[in-house]
Design a protein around this ligand. Sequence first.
Ligand code: COA
Length: 322
Amino acid sequence: MLRSVIVGTGSALPRRAVSNAELAEQVDTSDEWIVERTGISNRHIAADDETTSSLATDAARNALAAAGIEAASIDLIVLATATPDQTFPASATLVQANLGCRGGIAFDVAAVCSGFLYALGVADSMLRSGMAKRALVIGSETFSRILDWEDRTTCVLFGDGAGAIVLEAQEQDGENLRGVLATRLHADGAHNQLLYVDGGPSTTGTVGKLRMKGREVFRHAVVNLAEVLEEVLVETGHTSQDIDWLVPHQANARILDATAKKLNLPREKVVMTVGQHANTSAASVPLALDQAVRDGRIKQGDLVVLEAMGGGFTWGASLVRM
Ligand SMILES: CC(C)(COP(=O)(O)OP(=O)(O)OC[C@H]1O[C@@H](n2cnc3c(N)ncnc32)[C@H](O)[C@@H]1OP(=O)(O)O)[C@@H](O)C(=O)NCCC(=O)NCCS
């Protein structure tokens, strides 16, 4: 059976880390409020020379090195981002040029914080249909560029970063097949006004700033995430007790706790990086995955659930045997 197997992970963060205390010098907030409501202590903010494509390239190089694979053999790059370097061309093509692998498929996917799950779903389908053999699936964001730094209700919540995986089509036989076992994706465009950017090329001709009704987003997130997680488990005949690791989108520690509780999953099985990275949108799932792989928690053969929810709304989950 042809499966898309994760053969390497990588990530990259901007050089500059910004603590809550540093933020509280510019914005009317406090370390105490941010930690208590979100679990966030720190985030990384990109400098002028650090862009979505440069962070994506660094994360991709780290994933390729971990996989022991030359960039030249990559024939598909899917980059999830809501903060591309340019309106066009796709930032994926910039990454392709940086890596020096020409002629394959390269495009961006826009599903905001669920972007990595959407990118993974698309790449997995393309690999299993034979359109490509080796993919880089990347989530990379520079949300600091679209934050309203005067709005304390949003600017304290986000950070910049990138994460990547190398996904390879492999024939897998027998029990405990490795690879992506199931992916479920959803969208409900009726909720546009709860989380959006107030600009764009076709409306204002500007980039715009992020706007969010946090409390309502929170409520939808907990319900949608628990439902979609259940879907991938039912589809594959698993229960939450079979899961070795949950690698969720890192928006708020309280959302992660509530999701784990709904699934009856102990907190120790949830990979949490929100405290150090804040919400890095499409980058957050691959960033967290890479961290847990590199520190030895996630091992080959582990059953891992990836999940995310974001603007749109969009949401999704994927069950992967590492
Ligand atoms: C944003 C979020 C942390 C806010 O937490 P909350 O408990 O809902 O807090 P509220 O928005 O009700 O605000 C409570 C109070 O804190 C204040 N406040 C908001 N941001 C603040 C900040 N950074 N510092 C200090 N006070 C702040 C508010 O003004 C409000 O004050 P008031 O009661 O006097 O009006 C929370 O709703 C959340 O995480 N939502 C989900 C967001 C998310 O996941 N988005 C991404 C999805 S991809």
